[in-house]
Design a protein. Sequence first.
Length: 280
Amino acid sequence: MDKRKLGRTGEELSVIGFGGIVVTNETPAAAARLVSEAIDRGINYFDVAPSYGNAEERLGPALKPYRESVFLACKTGQRKAAEAREELHRSLSRLCTDHLDLYQHHGVSTVQDAEEILGPGGAMETFLDAKEAGLIRYIGFSAHSEEAALLMLDRFPFDSVLFPVNFACWHQGHFGSRIMSRASELGVGRLALKALARRPWTEGEERKWPKCWYCPVDDLDDAKVAVRFALSKPITAAVGPSHAELLWLACDAASHFTPMSEEEESAIADKLSGEAIFPG
């Protein structure tokens, strides 16, 4: 699998990342097999969070044989320093590691979130202490609001930002381009989520992929287009969806990657016109 550098860190990550929800509710043996297959496919970037059910408890032991050769990212949704500190230490224990390669403020959705994180007594104080103590190497955040993301980028020299990069968000929700532009200017690494998102689940719809928060593309032809779009943007990697079948689909699609032209992108944007807008 191809690798790309993460911003100014110099770290090289596989262009498809392993989303921790893949191992949520799996047996320890199944989690170990999934991680082993991911390693065999060339994935070295793993991302997880405490809010993903028992993903940390499953991922930690499964990653132990490979810990020194992978890039492990985790997150906290806590906005205050004390709560973030407690959650960080719990994540380290569950993940069977003495440090995280990337620790992220999770799901920054409002300006109020950003102000609380960066303000006195905010979670950033814990992040800075943890970095000084060697518990984390790099600091990032994930975002579901361009306004909040831009505030975060302008207030702190983050190493990375994780945000949705897909056709629907980009061309219909008009979400992502300003974050991409500002992060690129600052040398901040760009990581993508929801690359395989097709549309929101509709109310009452039977969910073929119950661990996925959105209705994904789930055939190779559509996945090739979705992954081409994401990887044609100046990102480092796209975190795979929350079922193993979709993760392997993303890997297969990435193996066929060629950059998408502006004409191709424009044609697909026109095709999407009139469909349901996917929120960031």
